[in-house]
Ligand binder design. Structure first.
Ligand code: ADP
Ligand code: MG
Length: 475
């Protein structure tokens, strides 16, 4: 066993996809470019206004809780987390402290502590010189916070967890969870210990990509180990991640919960969730689509796909839906071929040429057209080489696979009678190779098949050629 054991617990925030904000009817639009348009007196924190709980946001979190097998709170309430900053005009953030909506649950074998609901802050920017700007479009957007137990032990495991969580949120439609857009933000708590007790943890904030999560956690683990080796103590603090220097840096000493003077928000009703019919476990459960981990099992077991193809499809929801339309009514062999061509040729071209990928259209390729290419391969009408060309064309032109193949002269000749005539000719013109083959030289058969391909200008189905040659030569 290694001398030092790293421990990581994650706190992940995600902006929820709802029509309106958490406590008012201002629009929740993460794509709004003009500042301060989706605002109202409530999310601007004007005195005398009253918040109203957004049911859709509560439901999103409860569906998450149901999906991960967590416990849905019977009783829940919202609390005020008090602090001063220009992005939080009320002087407090509405969050949940003692009674989170969800407790427990598991994702990727990582136990969850809780999932709760709060409101996002405004977006401030300090890049403009000697003043700062604040945009309140984001203020009051429903924000889900998910906290894990300290049970993660490597940077890779932390990233794998975050990716699976992102996939789950996208699958449930609760959040787009795009990290580049700040819709999903990761904070990592990291400690290292050489005893059976936890070491002192530091918190690294605002990790905005999976790469940043991986690098920051690895960096902190190494920093802790070096400090411990030198006999130094780790200071409990909050650190930031410097993307350019690839380093964490000290931001502030860690605040404690009591610094925030949490108390129940008197403006909001307490909720007896068990008494709200639409939040019944039965209905929540029914509202769940197939979950990523169930889908992985189905793709491997029912479709018989390779692990690698399964993972790619399950992790790329649009591709998976496209795949499922393409395979309707196909046998196992064809399904495997569809997965192969989709995850290699189609994905390759889509990435390289920056094609739009939706669940019904990749570039201009529709699922049925990909299925047609595979049918043509199965019927021996198209070689695997030809299939690649047809797919490349169909992605851009949207033309029918059969038409493309005919136009490009890629249809393989399968007419036995016609091929047999050609082969008779090849045999009579290549007496030497025929004799050599009959004397036991296998390579001569390859040569003859090659001559057959030449005679048909490459349009013969090589498998069929071989069969007919063997037949003729055995006479
Ligand atoms: P705090 O009170 O400092 O906010 P919490 O107990 O609420 O700490 O935990 C916050 C996060 O830190 C959780 O994700 C938890 O799993 C993680 N955590 C707690 N202790 C440790 C530790 N010793 N090492 C790594 N992570 C930890
Ligand atoms: Mg905490």
């Amino acid at each position: 066993m290694e001398k030092y054991r790293p421990t990581i617990g994650l706190e992940i925030h995600a902006e929820l996809k709802t029509r309106t904000k958490m406590f008012c009817d201002s629009k929740n639009d993460p794509d709004e470019k003009s500042p301060n348009v989706n605002i109202c007196p409530i999310c601007m924190g004007h005195p005398g206004t009253l918040p109203v709980i957004n049911k859709e946001a509560v439901k999103h979190v409860l569906r998450m809780g149901t999906a991960v097998g967590g416990t849905i709170a019977d009783f829940t309430e919202f609390d005020r987390k008090n602090y001063f900053y220009p992005d939080i005009p009320k002087g407090y953030q509405i969050s949940q402290y003692k009674y989170p909506l969800v407790s427990g649950g598991v994702i990727n074998e990582v136990e969850l502590t809780r999932i709760h609901l709060e409101e996002d802050t405004a977006r401030s920017s300090h890049e403009t010189g000697d003043y700062s700007l604040v945009d309140f479009n984001r203020a009051g957007v429903p924000l889900m916070e998910l906290v894990t137990e300290p049970v993660i032990h490597s940077a890779e495991q932390a990233v794998a967890f975050a990716k699976e969580l992102q996939l789950l949120m996208q699958t449930l439609g609760v959040s787009e969870a795009n990290m580049e857009k700040g819709e999903m933000r990761v904070e990592a708590n990291i400690s290292v210990s050489d005893t059976d007790k936890f070491g002192t943890k530091v918190e690294v904030k605002n990790l905005n990509s999976f790469r940043a999560v991986e690098k920051a956690v690895a960096y902190e683990i190494a920093r802790h180990i070096e400090a411990l080796e030198r006999g130094e103590k780790i200071v409990q603090e909050t650190r930031g991640w410097d993307e350019n220097k690839n380093k964490t840096f000290s931001q502030r000493s860690k605040e404690n919960a009591h610094d925030y003077r949490y108390f129940p928000d008197p403006d909001l009703p307490k909720l007896k969730l068990s008494e709200i019919p639409e939040f019944s476990f039965e209905l929540l459960k029914q509202s769940l689509p197939e979950l990523p981990w169930d889908k992985r099992i189905r793709y491997e077991k029912s479709f018989g796909l390779k692990k690698q193809d399964t993972n790619f499809l399950v992790e790329n929801i649009a591709y998976a839906t496209f795949f499922e339309s393409a395979v309707v009514g196909k046998d196992k062999k064809s399904i495997e071929l569809i997965a192969n061509y989709l995850t290699s040729d189609v994905v390759g071209a889509a990435n390289k040429q920056n094609l739009d990928v939706t669940s019904t259209l990749i570039g201009k390729l529709v699922p049925a057209n990909l299925a047609k290419v595979i049918d043509m391969i199965s019927a021996g009408e198209l070689s695997s080489r030809g299939a690649k060309d047809v797919i490349a064309d169909a992605l851009i032109s949207g033309a029918d696979a059969g038409e493309i193949a005919r136009e490009k002269n890629l249809i393989q000749k399968n007419d036995v009678g016609e091929l047999a005539k050609i082969i008779v000719g090849v045999i009579s013109e290549n007496k030497k190779a025929v004799d050599e083959y009959k004397a036991g030289k296998q390579a001569s058969l390859q040569f003859l098949i090659g001559q057959g391909m030449r005679a048909t200008k490459g349009s013969a189905n090589p498998e069929m050629l071989k069969t007919i040659f063997l037949e003729q030569l055995s006479k």
